[in-house]
Design a protein around this ligand. Structure first.
Ligand code: XLS
Ligand code: CA
Ligand code: CA
Length: 438
């Protein structure tokens, strides 16, 4: 059964493409910066937005049909799986990411939910083998069900904690069974609304313990991939514990989790935290925890998580610049945690949105490669810090200077005689040149 009958395989047609159902910039087998674009970008489909989200919002019901021709929830889940692989094949996407509850509907009991997961995971395994697709990462939805109204790993109720642990154990088993390269913790409701009812220290300690148990269990059943925490500052709770990359880093180090965990940086979450996407990526990379990316974009005029398909090439270029600087992905990739707008409600829109996002990242990679090869930006930064390469600066960089020595140096100097321009506008202009010439 074909679910997207009107749409054929999307191919690279380049500049002369005449149909919207073609890639203009994403040429999977073209080598850029030493690897094929396919290897550099490692695109993944998000199961939840793509196969499940029907376009509901606070004010209205769904506008996009996602039952795939079935009424029974398990039949629908099976059809969804077939439709997912058709979509990935047609878009030439190699990976997917999923929450447990995206792939199989929750049952009345944990036992029933797990049995349903087993059925669908077996089907996914067969389809993966048949179509050569892989799991970038799996995760557990520990936020949707009302039992998680106060959080999961940070719940004040130990029974809820236990339930979450059981659910995560199963999600890890499924991820490992399907050969997943990563496992994500996004702290759905791991945060709080008011300290008047919250023991923050206990909640964070419990969360760390849940993560420690998850790591130990996953390693015991052979998982060799990366764990990720996905920072997000707010929504749904007012204070999400995983606010941003720096906050998560402090948490990981405090609890000794930094050897097993890396970060999954989402563009829209970065902007919600008041940072640029590039900033969050740099914090992760500089601290050895750059892992994976949720590729989407927010709307600067809106203060919430709009999860739009990424089309802003400045952002994708600066993102891919960070990825290339960090040496590329290892287990991670670009997961399109993005949904079509509620008004973009036809199956064609899903394809057009993925094409837009994939092409925006392909363009970003092409620009980032030019930025690296051109070298002007890197050289500028290097020259800006040249004073630390010799003399007193080298002593500071080596950590051998003392306060007394620096005082003597400053007294002899009288005052700082030169301070060179930071040339921000010029550098932004260089970026434009690299983006739009040639
Ligand atoms: C929600 C998050 C979520 C995670 C996976 O804002 O982006 O979708 O990526 O649980
Ligand atoms: Ca995300
Ligand atoms: Ca999001």
């Amino acid at each position: 059964m074909e679910f997207f009958e009107n749409i054929g395989k999307i191919r690279y047609e380049g500049k002369g493409a005449t149909t919207p159902f073609a890639f203009r910039f994403y040429n999977p087998d073209e080598v850029i910066a030493g690897k094929t674009m396919r290897e550099q970008l490692r695109f993944a489909m998000s199961y939840w937005h793509t196969m499940c989200a029907e376009g509901t919002d606070m004010f209205g019901t769904g506008t996009i049909a996602k039952t795939y021709g079935a009424t029974d929830p398990m039949e629908s889940a099976k059809n969804k799986a077939h439709a997912a692989f058709e979509l990935m094949n047609k878009l030439d996407i190699d990976y997917f990411c999923f929450h447990d509850r995206d792939i199989a509907p929750e049952g009345d009991t944990l036992r029933e939910s797990n049995a349903r997961l087993d059925v669908i995971a077996d089907l996914l395994g067969e389809l993966m083998a048949k179509h050569g697709k892989k799991v970038l990462w799996g995760t557990a939805n520990c936020f949707g069900n009302k039992r998680y109204m106060h959080g999961a790993g940070t719940a004040p109720n130990a029974d809820v904690f236990a339930f979450a642990a059981a659910q995560i154990k199963k999600a890890i088993e499924i991820t490992v069974k399907l050969g997943g390269e990563g496992y994500v913790f996004w702290g759905g409701r791991e945060g709080y609304e008011t300290l008047l009812n919250t023991d923050m220290a206990r909640e964070q300690q419990n969360m760390a313990y849940l993560m420690r148990m998850a790591v130990d269990y996953a390693r015991s059943i052979g998982f060799q991939g990366d764990f990720y925490i996905e920072p997000k500052p707010k929504e749904p709770t007012k204070h999400q514990y995983d606010f941003d990359a720096a906050t998560v880093l402090a948490f990981l180090r405090k609890y000794g989790l930094d050897k097993d965990f890396k970060l999954n940086i989402e563009a829209n979450h970065a902007t919600l935290a008041g940072h640029t996407f590039q900033h969050e990526l740099r914090v992760a990379a500089d601290n050895g925890v750059f892992g994976s990316i949720d590729a989407n974009q927010g709307d600067p005029a809106l203060g919430w998580d709009t999860d739009q398909f990424p089309t802003n090439v400045y952002d994708t270029a600066l993102c891919m610049y960070e990825v290339l600087r960090a040496g590329g992905f290892t287990h991670g990739g670009l997961n399109f945690d993005a949904k079509t707008r509620r008004g973009s409600n036809s199956p064609e829109d899903i394809f057009l949105s993925y094409i837009a996002g994939m092409d925006a990242y392909a363009l970003g990679l092409r620009v980032a490669d030019k930025m690296m090869r051109d070298g002007r930006l890197n050289d500028f930064v290097k020259a800006r810090y040249a004073s630390y390469e010799s003399g007193i600066g080298k002593k500071i960089a080596d950590g051998t200077a003392t306060m007394a020595e620096l005082e003597a140096y400053a007294l002899a100097m009288g005052d700082v005689s030169t301070n060179q321009s930071g040339r921000q506008e010029y550098l932004e202009h260089v970026l434009n040149e690299l983006m739009f010439f040639g």
